[in-house]
Ligand binder design. Structure first.
Ligand code: SF4
Length: 466
């Protein structure tokens, strides 16, 4: 559920990059790479409507060139893309040159493919224009990619077959915990350790935390205005300075810890909006919530150490699997309730776990966070992952803390189960109009653009192409 990539979007940047890389890799595997003279990419639906603001058009070019989200150098991307544009040539997998005009060969098409709102069609042709290969893929959220034909029932994360305690639902997870007399983190660990040694599990999760911490650190010291034309100023450095200055005061604000939580989330999501290195958790748009709550735990809760951080991530990941398998973590499918709501639930579960929560309290914490994000729409202004996304992560992080603390004050019994809350999220998302599902055609994306245009602020220039 956690992977290191680049911003601003897991479904619109990381997924398309992976799909493009898979297409080019497949061409090579089938002996077609050297015969390829031209490639095109059609980005459909939400990818077409918000692809420019979300960087989808740039991501597929990088993927075709052989770049991976986890290793691409974010600072080198603009110069690379300019070389491709100016030279009219792209080296597939970094080695085979084809003629390529990013403006014409990557097409943004607002019409969605029937199977999924985030569809992509890749084609390769030879020098005579004959079709060599065509591949349709779907970016289904969190950087995950599925091939055509899409099997909606197929597990994406792969926690079932072959694992000692496979689970898809919250009820299955709780049943395993009760039978094995294990906490959520320990149960998830058992599954992980069936795949790799314990030391690798710990090292991998601490590497994830290290990437989160590096992202926070970079965000705290990087000011300026975010790209895209909305004129959104990065706020984390100034807020950081304010909070540091207030630390020495005799009478501190009782809720100052919440300002730190907001700060950590702002730092990550400003990095994400700038196309920097982030950890997808479970998406990029919602990447600030888990790191913010983790940093809150490490800064304000006595005894928070690396072992606790690993437990936090194991429990959060376990709940993330349930959300991914039975709900959705895609804003294009169910709106922001699936992104910020899911991240908040994961963080709530992680925090409840390290506060000593029973499996029932952990499940309750996640359920509270899901329940109170139900109906949250996705309406990014200008197709950019900035407004409302950045502040929304700060609010989602504080909600996660509230949810965990509320669950810890109870005994784990509650009326609405996590599975019911997730089913409600899915149903609410299905009823939500397309305008509110990452198309930038409704909500704030319309009212702010309209208000901006009327006020002459220039906000209106970023209306996504559709
Ligand atoms: S509004 Fe929510 S779901 Fe939509 S792009 Fe922003 S963070 Fe992602």
């Amino acid at each position: 559920m956690f992977s290191i990539g680049i911003g601003p979007s897991s479904s619109h940047t990381v997924g398309p990059m992976r799909a493009a890389l898979a297409f080019a890799t497949d061409l090579a595997a089938r002996g077609l790479l050297e015969r390829t003279a031209a490639v095109t990419v059609d980005l459909h639906g939400s990818l077409g409507a918000t692809g420019r603001g979300h960087g989808s058009d740039r991501a597929v070019v990088l993927g075709l060139a052989g770049e991976r989200p986890e290793s691409v150098d974010p600072d080198g991307v603009p110069a690379f893309l300019e070389r491709v544009r100016a030279g009219g040539e792209l080296r597939l997998l970094g080695r085979h040159p084809v003629r390529f005009d990013p403006g014409a060969d990557v097409r943004l098409i607002a019409r969605a493919l029937p199977a999924h709102p985030n569809g992509m069609v890749f084609t390769a042709r030879d020098a005579g224009g004959a079709l060599l290969a065509e591949r349709t893929a779907y970016s289904v959220g969190g950087g995950f990619v599925r091939e055509h034909p899409l099997d909606a029932a197929a597990p994406v994360v792969g926690t079932g077959a072959g694992l000692p305690f496979g689970f898809r639902t919250g009820a299955e997870l709780l049943a395993h915990c009760r039978e094995q007399r294990l906490g959520v983190a320990d149960l998830v660990r058992r599954n992980e350790e069936s795949l790799r040694p314990a030391a690798e599990v710990d090292a991998g999760l601490l590497r994830i935390f290290g990437a989160m911490a590096a992202c926070v650190e970079h965000g705290l010291v990087t000011g300026g205005v975010l790209p895209g034309g909305l004129g959104v100023r990065r706020r984390a450095p100034r807020l950081h300075a304010q909070l540091l200055a207030e630390e020495g005061r005799a009478h501190r604000d009782a809720l100052q810890a919440m300002d730190w939580v907001s700060l950590f989330a702002l730092a990550v999501n400003e990095e994400n909006a700038a196309g920097g290195r982030v950890v997808t958790a479970p998406t990029n748009g919602a990447a600030g919530i888990v790191p913010a709550v983790l940093h809150f735990h490490r800064r304000f809760v006595p005894g928070a150490d690396d072992a606790a951080t690993v437990r936090f991530l194991l429990a959060a990941g376990g709940i993330g699997i349930v959300l991914k398998e039975t709900g959705s973590i895609s804003g294009a499918e169910v709106g922001c309730q699936g992104e910020v709501g899911s991240a908040s639930a994961m963080a709530a579960a992680g925090l409840a776990e390290v506060l000593g929560g029973t499996p029932e309290q952990v499940e309750n914490a996640a359920e509270i966070a899901v329940e109170h994000h139900l109906g949250l729409t996705c309406d990014p202004v200008g197709g950019l992952v900035q407004i409302p996304c950045i502040e929304r992560n700060a609010v989602g992080a504080t909600t996660a803390i509230h949810a965990a603390r509320t669950a810890m004050r109870g005994d784990g019994t509650h009326v609405v189960s996590l599975d019911t809350a997730i089913a409600t999220m899915r149903q609410t998302g299905a009823h939500m109009r397309a305008e509110y599902k990452e198309t930038s055609l409704g909500g704030l994306a319309l009212t702010v653009v309209g208000a901006g245009a009327r006020a002459g602020t220039g906000v209106g220039v970023n209306v996504p192409e559709c």
